[in-house]
Design a protein around this ligand. Structure first.
Ligand code: PLP
Length: 401
């Protein structure tokens, strides 16, 4: 590690609780797809803050909106109305199935709101939520309980009551788990943290049918897949299944912390004054950033361009799998949420591949102990995709097989 990076890393490790295993770089600047560290080294960011900076770092329209709002009104209690909140909710509603929105500060908080809504809507005896094995829904206690990966529960038991996990992709087992207490089924249309695993369209339709049959609410967690990431504004648009409740966050504010829960009016009606809230939820600066972000993502041609670049990236990754079959078996994903599926030999070296790419100045990550995950800014150019693929080819070529 270079001196400047090392000194910041040491200062940080002394004072910040070590919940992250960090790479040895202190990032000081971002522009487009490029991050710069404290030593001036540049990185091609193909993670975008884990699906957050979809318009790239410091997009001028978002930065201008943040600056303008910060000079006008930074915070006011949710006891009063603000213009950016209303505009943001209107944009989300105009472009989704929903009629109303609750604004939060993060993905986990949006999911907490969804869980509370499903419970209050169903009444006191019905509180059970079935989610899927391999899912990821957040780090608060309720969302960690909803998360279908035991490693996130360890050390924090007992988990809050009312959460169970159905095996991935098996409708019969899921139906057998439904009881008189169940109020909702919750899933990501494509599991991001779980290893870029798309859910089959027929399976999702089956989930919707089960919800209708057993009077349950269907909750889609589109925190990672939403806001254009998969090539449509929301992933559900491609799947032909419309949820009752949907959560978004991550890319919503292009880097400003904001999340949202969307639903229909008759469901939202259960949340009356005093039932839920957040001091900062829908903060004017974060909401102004989100309005500026959505206006660009919703511009004509923007998502079409994402779909074209996604095909290009997926094809490039498939080609790499063809060249390195002992390490990778192929690409999977939707839009610019792509995973290169590693073989057993590849998985053994997954962490090392990501670190070597980091050393070469390209940022990706290893997800679900199964795939190399690519979440570049949606504005990434073809040249930048070529740079990513070339660097990856070089690193795969250096791996032990
Ligand atoms: N849900 C999904 C699908 C996610 O990918 C994440 C974060 O990775 C979350 C929820 C939690 O979001 P946050 O970290 O903003 O709380």
């Amino acid at each position: 590690m270079s001196e400047e990076n090392a000194s910041w890393a040491q200062r940080s490790d002394d004072v910040i609780i070590g919940t992250y295993a960090r790479y040895p770089a202190t990032m000081v600047k971002g522009e487009g797809c490029i991050l710069t560290d404290a030593e001036g080294k540049e990185y091609l960011d193909c993670l975008a803050g884990i699906a957050v900076c979809s318009l790239g770092h410091c997009h001028p329209a978002v930065s201008d909106a943040v600056c303008a709002q910060a000079k006008q009104l930074v915070h006011v209690s949710n006891l009063y109305y603000t213009q950016p909140q209303t505009e943001l909710a209107e944009l989300l509603i105009e472009n989704s199935f929903a009629d109303q929105v609750f604004l939060a500060n993060s993905g986990a908080e949006a999911n907490e709101a969804a869980i509370k809504l499903a419970r209050i809507c169903a009444g006191h005896e019905r509180y059970g939520i079935i989610s899927l094995a391999g899912s990821f829904h957040g780090r608060t206690l309720a969302t960690v309980a909803a998360t279908g990966q035991p490693k996130f529960h360890e050390g924090f038991e007992p988990m809050p009551e009312g959460f169970s996990h159905a095996p991935f992709g098996n409708l019969n087992v899921l139906e057998a788990m439904i009881t008189d207490q169940t109020c909702a089924i919750m899933c990501e249309p494509l599991q991001g943290e779980g290893g870029v695993r798309p859910l089959d369209v027929e399976y999702l339709k089956g989930l919707q049918d089960l919800c209708k049959k057993h009077d349950l609410l269907l909750i889609f967690d589109e925190i990672q897949t939403g806001i254009g990431r998969t090539g449509t504004f929301f992933a559900y648009e491609q799947l032909g299944v419309v949820p009752d409740i949907m959560t978004v966050a991550k890319a919503l504010g292009n880097g400003l912390p904001i999340g949202a829960m969307l639903t229909r009016k008759e469901i939202a009606a259960s949340l009356v004054p005093g039932t839920h809230g957040s001091t900062f939820g829908g903060n004017p600066v974060a909401a102004a950033a989100a309005v500026a972000t959505l206006k660009i993502i919703l511009e004509d041609g923007f998502l079409e361009d994402v779909r074209e670049k996604a095909d290009y990236l997926q094809k490039g990754l498939d080609d790499l799998a063809g060249r390195f079959p002992l390490l990778a078996s192929g690409a999977r994903g939707m839009g610019l949420l792509q995973g290169l599926v590693l073989t057993e030999k590849g998985v053994e070296q997954g962490g090392a591949i990501v670190k070597t790419l980091f050393d070469k100045g390209v940022l990706i990550n290893f997800a679900g102990n199964a795939v190399l995950r690519f979440l570049p800014p949606l504005i990434i150019s073809r040249d930048e995709i070529d740079r990513l693929l070339a660097a990856l080819a070089e690193v795969l070529g250096e791996c032990k097989v």
